[in-house]
Design a binder for this molecule. Structure first.
Ligand code: HEC
Length: 95
């Protein structure tokens, strides 16, 4: 029982931190092109909205790879693997 509570506390503390991290990274490094809520489209640059079922349906790992390696017209972004995972989670949760 004690162990359960300890785990529950760690989980509830870690989750918002993780989410906040992804949000902060997105705001700092992605929002310029993708918009604060990921809905921006810049046809001239090839930017399409991220808050679509197609993008959000990709696995966190697949999104993290796009972010760290780049894809098409998006260059590889300067984030660590951990940051890429956090921001990929944020992208999946976009409304
Ligand atoms: C300089 C502008 C720019 C920045 C900064 C940028 N992106 Fe992109 N992003 C693009 C463009 C352009 C594309 C379209 C790439 C293509 O041709 O498939 C794209 C595509 C994507 C895709 C794939 C969407 C799909 O339809 O498959 C994801 C996911 C993504 N960006 C996430 C991010 C994240 C997360 C960040 C911040 C770490 C970021 N981007 C920063 C311009 C940018």
């Amino acid at each position: 029982m004690k162990r359960f509570f300890a785990l529950a506390i760690v989980a509830t503390m870690a989750l918002p931190l993780f989410a906040a991290d992804g949000a902060a990274i997105f705001k700092a490094k992605c929002a310029g092109c993708h918009g604060a809520d990921g809905s921006k489209a810049i046809p001239a640059m090839g930017v399409k909205p991220l808050n679509t079922p197609d993008v959000k349906g990709k696995s966190e790992a697949a999104l993290a790879t796009v972010i760290t390696k780049g894809q098409g017209k998006m260059k590889a972004q300067a984030v660590s693997d951990d940051e890429a995972k956090a921001v990929a989670g944020f992208v999946k949760a976009l409304k």
